[in-house]
Design a protein around this ligand. Structure first.
Ligand code: GLC
Length: 796
């Protein structure tokens, strides 16, 4: 079943029928003013934090899953019939009601047609503003004049902290106050406290405004319960049914933003109006916003500006390959997904309801990898923030609170709080950042530790290695501490993680590269020594006979051992053994064959197999999850990119691509009922074959899978890899790809790369010409690059 299509030119996903298996969402705004919107106009808005700045109401896990939302009711004043400008909430029968939703770059357009009236609503947040706009255009396709009323609707939270709004009703329902100033609704929380003008964090400053421009206001309601009426719902509000607002002002209980506009439309005529809702007081920020957008043509200009801004970001890397679904992902949705994951971490979606605020260390450092070329400066700032979240021990604070982080003054984490993998992710991201920007001086930049002292970035990296070396166990592998990457393994403080041992290997190897570059010979010697010892220990203790073990628990129990009935093979240590280059090519090939036999399914690779059913919860929390879900043997998408990279590194272009496509969202566009979630978004996991829901996918948007999939596709399948002094072109593609092109921005210059593959090989570059000049090997030296470069690559 198909519900929509990719409109590549517009960078939109167009949903042609609104009854999608789940609500399919998009993001609006920026990290200052954020919003989630679904194909049926559901979702919520927030200032800076989805948990602590959530000023509109949304109830997690309700039915439908996206209500309430940003609704526009349309009522015919003659027939008294009403519907909504999005299919929901009124939900007219789909044989009479047509609806198309276009999710684009930080905007969403919902078009409807019912009873000869067409509507088009564009939802967006103008750049650098703290308010959102819903630009509504109504067109009369009837032969007679139509007399219509429009009622806006937004439901407010009574407190900006979502949890207080949900549970502390005895308090929050009695501090909220609605008012109307110059026809602009004001929604205030704690208005009886004096306003602290320039401090948006002060609770007494939490006002929002709601205005309508482009139309005369015929009435208003700010009392939600009066607007909806008793025992009714969003689908049939009493006031809309009666056709006239009752001008209520809610003081306490629950507020809403309803403004009524009456309009007449001659045959063929169109009229526009726009809702503006945002942060600040009606009489102040509200008035200013209304002034700014009194002329609605300004709004169209803002939409264009917004599109340009986003398209420019995404045009830093575009592709044209034989696989149109791959192109749709790479040219828009994959980097866009990475940008949203970067922006909102694990805090704002229809699944992450805000409870997880702050930047989880390991997730955030990995998320950066997916946005380095789209937003290098911003990513650099976030990376510095994360480096200052590392403690002087070399371990990291589990969570960095971006609005409340005090480098050098944070409390040192307790030993029991450290995760064993956290700081080691810096070895993926820091060099990738330096390679993207060419800013070698970054390694020498002095940054504070979270708790005390400061060091150069290079020394921060060394401390990360030392942290692991100083905390190693009986087999000399890094201790499990409170967790390693897999949150479910209960290794105990003294257990050891073999996955992290491979991360450490990757870290040491990377550290050696950097120190060689910086000519720090004694550091190179030190790290080589450590690497040798680690490799010996991996040979001696980590191999199970056919694959690598996953971990040793502190009581001696082995995870990922053939002798176990459950979880006897795990994916991560195998892919990381290859990725960290611990193995010869032949060993890697054999190991990846075992992975293929044991873990591959038609929708991706399982995180482990068989799933846990009987193993004690003290040993592995995965037993808590149903079989084939989450860490209990699901196709955990975060890990898929590593399998793709491993296969590409050993030259298996067909298998790497097969893996990539097996879970690629767009590949499910015509089978959307199977995957259920957005066919344009990566997700945390896909139910694997041991689950009764095999193929159904869960937790869209915010997960490491967006980043690693994009990284694997661009750097290992297409093989365009920035290095310190240039860019390497080392594709590993399916043998049926005859040609492809990649346009890539690199340090403010453009490369227009055409790759020919006449011999249909998977890997290998025979010749490159740069601007007509032949160059040796597959590496383009930075100083040979001009502003715009044509690169011809011949595989073979
Ligand atoms: C989730 C967490 C991530 C963890 C992974 C595996 O995605 O956000 O931190 O590594 O699960 O347990």
């Amino acid at each position: 079943m198909q519900y929509g299509y990719f409109h590549d030119k517009n960078k939109e996903y167009v949903i042609t029928r609104p009854d999608t298996p789940r609500s399919w969402s998009n993001y609006l705004g920026s990290t200052e003013y954020g919003a989630i919107i679904t194909n049926n106009a559901g979702g919520y808005s927030f200032f800076q934090s989805a948990a602590q700045g959530r000023f509109t109401r949304w109830r997690a896990n309700t039915l439908p899953m996206d209500q309430p939302g940003r609704y526009l009711y349309i009522r015919d004043r003659e027939s008294k019939e009403y519907w909504s400008a999005s299919w929901q909430p009124v939900g007219k029968p789909l044989d009479k009601y047509k609806c198309v939703c276009r999710h684009g770059t930080a905007y969403t357009i919902i078009e409807s047609a019912y009873d000869s009236i067409e509507s088009e609503t564009t939802y967006f947040v103008p750049l650098n503003r703290h308010f959102e706009c819903w630009l509504l255009k109504l067109t009369n396709q009837d032969k007679k004049t139509r007399k219509l009323s429009v009622f806006t609707f937004m439901e407010y939270a009574n407190f900006w902290h979502f949890w207080q709004d949900w549970v502390n009703l005895q308090y929050t329902q009695y501090i909220m106050e609605m008012s109307l100033k110059d026809n602009i609704i004001n929604h205030a929380v704690n208005p009886l406290l004096p306003v602290v003008k320039d401090d948006k964090d002060a609770p007494q400053s939490k006002h929002t405004f709601f205005a309508l421009t482009g139309a005369e206001i015929a009435g208003y309601d700010t009392d939600r319960d009066k607007f909806i009426g008793p025992y009714r719902g969003y689908q049939n509000p009493l006031i809309v049914e009666q056709g006239k607002c009752s001008n209520t002002i809610a003081v306490g209980d629950n507020g809403c933003g309803v403004l009524q506009a009456d309009l007449d439309l001659a045959p063929g005529e169109s009229k526009e109006m726009m809702v503006i809702m945002g942060i600040g007081q009606a009489e102040d920020e509200g008035k200013k916003a209304v002034e700014e957008f009194r002329d609605l043509s300004k709004a169209r200009g803002e939409i264009d500006r917004l599109k340009k801004y986003w398209h420019n970001r995404l045009e830093g890397l575009t592709v044209e390959t034989p696989d149109s679904e791959f192109n749709s992902m790479l040219n828009m949705w994959s980097p866009y997904n990475c940008l949203m994951t970067y922006a909102w971490s694990r805090a704002a979606s229809l699944i992450y309801a805000g409870e997880r605020d702050g930047l989880g260390y390991r997730d955030t450092v990995q998320d950066l990898l997916g946005v380095l070329h789209t937003i290098p400066e911003e990513a650099g700032e976030r990376l510095e923030l994360m480096i200052t979240g590392q403690a002087a021990t070399g371990g990291a604070m589990p969570v960095v609170k971006q609005f409340d982080h005090h480098p050098g003054r944070e409390k040192s984490p307790e030993e029991s709080e450290y995760r064993s993998d956290d700081s080691l992710w810096l070895f993926n991201t820091v060099p990738a950042y330096v390679k993207e920007t060419g800013d070698l001086a970054f390694y020498g930049k002095v940054l504070p530790y979270a708790d005390k002292g400061k060091d150069t970035v290079l020394d921060h990296l060394r401390r990360a290695i030392e942290f692991s070396l100083e905390r190693s166990g009986n087999h000399h592998f890094p201790l499990g501490l409170s967790a390693d990457w897999n949150d479910c393994l209960q290794l105990g403080q003294k257990g050891e993680s073999i996955f992290v041992a491979f991360q450490l290997r990757y870290g040491l190897k990377t550290y050696i590269d950097i120190c060689e570059l910086l000519k720090k010979n004694s550091e190179v010697d030190w790290a080589r020594e450590q690497l040798k010892t680690l490799d010996n220990n991996l040979h001696k203790h980590a191999w199970d006979g056919q694959w690598f073990l996953r971990a040793f628990r502190e009581d001696g129990f082995k995870f990922g051992a053939s002798e176990s009935n459950e979880g006897n093979i795990f994916l991560n240590p195998q892919t990381w053994a290859v990725y960290s280059q611990h193995l010869s090519n032949e060993q890697a090939e054999n190991l990846m064959d075992v992975v293929h036999d044991r873990l591959a399914t038609e929708y991706g690779l399982m995180i482990c197999d068989p799933p846990f059913e009987k193993t004690d919860l003290e040993v592995v929390k995965a037993t808590l999850f149903n079989k084939g879900m989450k860490e209990n043997g699901a196709i955990f998408c975060h890990t898929q990119g590593w399998a793709v990279i491993a296969e590409a590194m050993i030259g298996h272009g067909d298998r790497a691509y097969q893996y990539f496509r097996s879970y690629m969202p767009a590949a499910f566009n015509t089978r959307a009922d199977l995957r259920e979630i957005e066919p344009y978004v990566y997700c945390q996991f896909i139910n694997s074959k041991t689950s009764p829901r095999f193929g159904a996918s869960r937790l869209p948007w915010l997960s490491g899978s967006a980043t690693w999939s994009y990284y694997a596709a661009t750097q290992y399948i297409l093989g365009i890899r920035p290095e310190y002094d240039g860019i390497r072109i080392d594709p590993c593609v399916p043998s049926d790809w005859k040609q492809f092109t990649v346009n890539r921005r690199f340090r403010n210059r453009m490369l227009y790369i055409t790759v020919q593959n006449p011999d249909r090989v998977n890997k290998g570059v025979k010749a490159i010409s740069l601007n007509g000049e032949k160059i040796e090997g597959n590496f383009i030296q930075n100083d040979l690059l001009k502003e715009s470069n044509s690169v011809e690559v011949m595989m073979g």
